[in-house]
Design a protein around this ligand. Structure first.
Ligand code: ZN
Length: 619
């Protein structure tokens, strides 16, 4: 779709929007969440809403910022009852929208009591020992006012002895009850709370930095909170490096909220003044802890500037009911996905080699690993996010998924190298970030932008045909990954038999790029690359590999067979289970292992590594 045409639809939104209202005009809505039933996976909420007689429409949040789709967990909203002056008020759900409730408020009534429960979805936010509370899951709000103008007074009752972390300012605390200061609905939903039996808070404010930064952690065990002194230092470096990159902050203070559990969903969600990041219980105890922290926390931290403060105009909606348009996610997520790893490398969470291997892995995943790029352009992966997202049921290589992350990373690396080239080394991506994401710190604030404004901001740093560049990259159906940034940076992507040093990233790349198969440890085929030797031999997503060359399948056996076939005319033979039928697939592949790596091109200056050198003084 033509980008220019889309922009005209959202012109109304191109204004400066202040997320934290100067004065909360509306009467306070109070919400109390009783989380003492966390272990039973049930939260009980009581909301008191000032009302006037007549029709009233209430919404349950549907489009949650950062989730990029209409997927508020409405099926978990239960036990819904309304009362006023001791009498039950009936409700009816909207015929066209399951998130909307209609009521008729009787004469004389000034306050409505809403009581409802939230069933914690299995394996998502609550365990025996902790809770990640997103207020969007436990609030109802009246239609008719922007969420930044609705004022809420929130109270949380935690299980006995649990501690908590949040960026919400506290009004008062007594025992296991905490009341927060009145705040807009927009900022309440933007300020999750983590609470748990095992809690640790670490001050990660760099020396001389005026704004407080802390890392708040909850876990399923005490030992899981043992972040190494080295990782703590690197987190301080990350905060210091963000100051050098952006030259400004747009928050009062900042909380990294980290949950360590094998019984929550593993993802991160960005907020203005915090991020809600969730990793496996023992993530901090592994040798890969820096890689994990740098991969997730740096990305979510960057979002405070790119995504929360600077936001595509059509993603900045007035409430949680208005649909978002997601065509600029390649900037919202793509630029974040480039800057996060860059900061992770600058702060020492990632080594130079890990950064190289990471770039090689995404370049390979998008080139030979993603033939879907020949029919579906990058722009469409962003536009179709609310309906398609990650896709289900395998076939990622042919459907494509959320490629605006990884491909966005390569795209913005290329932008960084073009700024350097076109300005003859006078300007860098840091200059762009300081101009685009800088300005005074007014606390949490939203400054929207359009495609044209993004292009003119780049032009102000380094004049170039940025619009043409983006149109080409966004609409391309070339099979080749956009590796221009790597090449401009003095490196190239190569495939060879040396195994990758990034364990676990994108499955087992050797299998993918040799026979074209992504296969789990139990033999389940999660992806068979369309056109690859394995696919041509009849293997596809969802089948299960039961045997390799006449023996019961193991991953090692498959690796051995691929290596052995290199020096032989014998094919690799797989016994595959498809539904409840066996099938033998004969793979005529003799190319040996193939793993992606970056290789230095000696005749070009090494700008790639220049970009990841530390900028800030070490504490
Ligand atoms: Zn993101």
């Amino acid at each position: 779709m033509e980008l220019g045409r889309l922009r005209t639809l959202v012109l109304f939104a191109i204004t400066l929007v202040i997320a934290a209202p100067a004065a909360l005009a509306s009467p306070l809505i109070s919400v109390t969440v009783d989380a003492t039933g966390t272990q039973q996976k049930l939260l009980r909420a009581h909301e008191v809403i000032p009302v006037k007689p007549g029709p009233l429409t209430l919404y349950y949040p549907k489009w949650i910022p950062g989730a990029h789709g209409p997927d508020g967990p409405i099926t978990s909203l239960t036990g819904l009852k309304f009362e006023a002056d001791g009498k039950t008020i009936p409700w009816q759900r909207d015929l066209l929208d399951v998130y909307t409730f209609h009521l008729e408020i009787p004469a004389g009534v000034t306050h409505l009591d809403a009581r409802y429960d939230f069933i914690e979805p299995d394996g998502f936010s609550a365990t025996e020992k902790l809770l990640d509370l997103d207020w969007s899951e436990v609030v109802l709000y009246p239609a008719g006012s922007p969420s930044q103008q609705l004022a809420y007074e929130a109270k949380l009752v935690m299980p006995e002895g649990w501690k908590f972390g949040t960026s919400l300012p506290v009004e008062k605390q007594s025992g296991n009850q905490v009341s927060f200061k009145p705040i807009s609905l927009e900022m309440l939903v933007d300020s999750p709370v983590i609470t748990g039996q095992y809690f640790r808070s670490i001050d990660i404010t760099p020396a001389g930095e005026p704004i407080h930064h802390e890392l708040d952690m909850v876990a399923d065990s005490e030992v899981a909170l043992n972040m190494s002194a080295e990782n703590q230092k690197e987190m301080v470096n990350l905060v210091a490096e963000s100051s050098k990159l952006f030259g400004a902050r747009h928050y009062r203070d900042y909380h990294f909220l980290l949950t360590l559990s094998d019984h929550v969903a593993h993802f991160g969600l960005e907020h203005h003044e915090s991020n809600d990041s969730r990793m496996p219980e023992r993530a901090l105890l592994l040798p890969s802890s820096g890689m994990s922290l740098g991969g997730l926390l740096a990305h979510e931290f960057v979002h405070s500037w790119n995504g929360k403060f600077r936001r595509p105009a059509d993603l900045a909606t007035p409430d949680f009911e208005t649909p978002m348009e997601t065509d600029l996610l390649w900037a919202y997520e793509g630029l974040t996905d480039y800057l996060g790893p860059m900061l992770a490398a600058r702060s020492g969470l990632w080594t130079q080699e890990q950064y190289h291997e990471y770039l090689a892995s995404i370049a390979a995943a998008l080139g030979p690993g993603r033939p879907g790029r020949t029919w579906r352009p990058l722009l469409d992966t962003a536009i179709a996010e609310p309906g398609q997202g990650y896709g289900r049921g395998g076939w990622l290589n042919w459907r494509r998924g959320t490629d605006y992350y990884d491909e966005g990373d390569l795209l913005w690396l290329e932008v960084a190298t073009i700024i350097h080239r076109e300005s003859h080394g006078q300007k860098s991506i840091d200059d762009f970030c300081q101009a685009f994401h800088g300005g005074p710190n007014n606390g949490a604030e939203v400054k929207t932008y359009t495609f044209e404004e993004l292009v003119s901001a780049l032009n102000a740093i380094a004049p170039f045909d940025w619009a043409g560049f983006f149109h080409t990259r966004l609409n391309s159906t070339s099979a080749d990954a956009p590796t221009g940034g790597i090449e401009n940076g003095g490196w190239k992507v190569v495939m060879n038999s040396e195994p990758m040093k990034l364990q676990g990233r994108n499955g087992d790349p050797g299998d993918i790029y040799s026979i074209g198969l992504k296969v789990g440890s139990d033999g389940t085929v999660t992806d068979a690359i369309v056109g690859s030797p394995a696919f041509e031999a009849g293997v596809s997503s969802g089948m299960k590999v039961m045997g390799v060359n006449g023996r019961v399948y193991s991953h090692e056996l498959l690796e051995d067979a691929i290596k052995a076939a290199k020096d032989s005319s014998q094919p690799v033979t797989l016994l595959v289970l498809s539904d409840d039928y066996f099938r033998t697939c004969t793979i005529n592949y003799h190319g040996g292992d193939k793993f992606p790596h970056l290789l230095r091109e000696a005749d070009k200056p090494d700008y790639l590594d220049e970009l990841i050198k530390p900028r800030a003084a070490r504490n």
